[in-house]
Design a protein around this ligand. Structure first.
Ligand code: PLP
Length: 365
């Protein structure tokens, strides 16, 4: 991180671990194509298969169940385009919501969890249901097992976007009984532009990138070897971090308690639902998120407004809207996401900056 600055935007992307940089460099130095049969190719292939084994092992699956992609977006696309009839929850990341079909969106409840009754009512025509494990804006965790049971009863596939859950909560692939899950390396301190679709053993996958037989004919295109090696290094680095999640959760809770004490009108979205350890969606009513972002940036603090994946522009959040938030409240909400490097001083600085902005805007009103 830059000297003196506070980075609280881990859900947008996480700083790369040192071991990731080394692994990327090492893989860049391998000149072979993993598909080539000569010794250079075999060396590159070994690097890739070692990485696949690390990712697979972290989830308790066989390496053949891991299909490397260009990230979470492509993993979601690969899963969702396998079928014609999909049910997608209203709070999904844009990379999944884009595949939602007319009348086939699962509503959310005000606490950020999906409406199970609505899922039940819409399930009968669905071949595939897509629900994320943890939301990128609110951190709210979905009851995936319960959703899986309902899908199973209707013979529908379940795809879980686990991009924000991976590394934030402990889980193995079989814990959820999903047919596929999407992962992204850069949310856990790996390189950007690499991820994986992890599938149930034997699940047939029709490639959407054609023209090459890579990834056992499930995803064409020469694999991003440096990215893949970096992804595996990030998985190992996360495993070596120890239990940072409890510390992050305590800091997040302390931050929220402080903010609510300073500002009784502040709103924390999803606060009454189970959440991942690091995420907080905080509304400062009456103060636009853009204004807040600029004030925090000037104070050397990086946070974001809702999902930052879409280009730096701040639009009303469909996730908060689906939870029933008014446009005004949604427009005054920022997302604070902590990570393994977040310290007490970082949070103290954020609270001080939040409080100063709040007092200023209230005095001006
Ligand atoms: N799914 C979720 C929940 C995300 O938060 C993101 C990125 O923010 C993605 C998917 C997309 O992942 P990627 O940036 O690797 O394409």
């Amino acid at each position: 991180m830059k000297n003196g600055s506070v980075y609280l935007d881990f859900n947008a992307t996480a700083p790369a671990h040192d071991a990731v940089m080394e692994a990327v460099l090492h893989a860049l130095r391998l000149s072979g194509n993993p598909s080539s049969v000569h010794s250079y190719g075999r060396e590159a292939r070994k690097c890739m298969e070692d990485a696949r084994a690390v990712v697979a092992d972290s989830l308790g699956v066989k390496p053949a169940q891991v299909i490397f992609t260009s990230g979470g977006t492509e993993a979601n696309a690969l899963a969702l385009t396998q079928v014609q009839n999909r049910l997608v929850s209203a709070i999904e990341h844009p990379s999944a919501v884009v595949y939602a079909q007319e009348g086939r969106v699962i509503c959310a409840r005000p606490d950020g969890r999906i409406d199970i009754q609505d899922l039940q009512e819409k399930l009968s025509a669905a071949e595939l249901v897509c629900v994320m494990a943890a939301n990128n804006e609110t951190g709210v965790i979905q009851p995936i097992r319960e959703i899986r049971d309902l899908c199973q009863a209707q013979d529908a596939r379940l795809h879980v976007d686990a991009v924000q859950a991976f590394g934030r909560i402990d889980f193995r692939f079989d814990d959820w009984g999903a047919d596929s899950i999407a992962l992204s390396a850069h949310k856990i301190g790996g390189p950007k532009g690499v991820g994986a679709l992890v599938i149930r053993d034997g699940l047939p996958i029709t490639p959407h990138m054609l023209g090459g037989g890579q990834e056992v004919r499930r995803r064409g295109g020469t694999e991003n070897l440096p990215g893949i090696a970096g992804f595996a290094a990030a998985v190992k680095a996360m495993q070596a971090l120890g239990p940072w999640q409890a510390r992050a959760a305590a800091l997040r809770d302390q931050m929220e308690a402080n903010i609510c004490a300073i500002a009784p009108d502040a709103v924390i979205f999803g606060a009454n639902a189970p959440r991942i350890c690091n995420t907080s969606a905080i509304a400062m009513p009456g103060v636009k998120a853009e204004t807040q972002l600029m004030a925090f940036d000037l104070a050397g603090i990086a946070v974001s407004a809702g999902s930052a994946c879409s280009s730096g522009k701040v639009a009303a959040s469909p996730v908060l809207k689906a939870m029933g938030a008014s446009d005004d409240l949604s427009a005054s909400t920022i997302r604070v996401s902590l990570g393994w490097t977040t310290s007490e001083e970082d949070i103290a600085r954020f609270i001080a900056a939040w409080s100063a902005l709040y007092q200023r805007t209230r005095q001006a009103a």
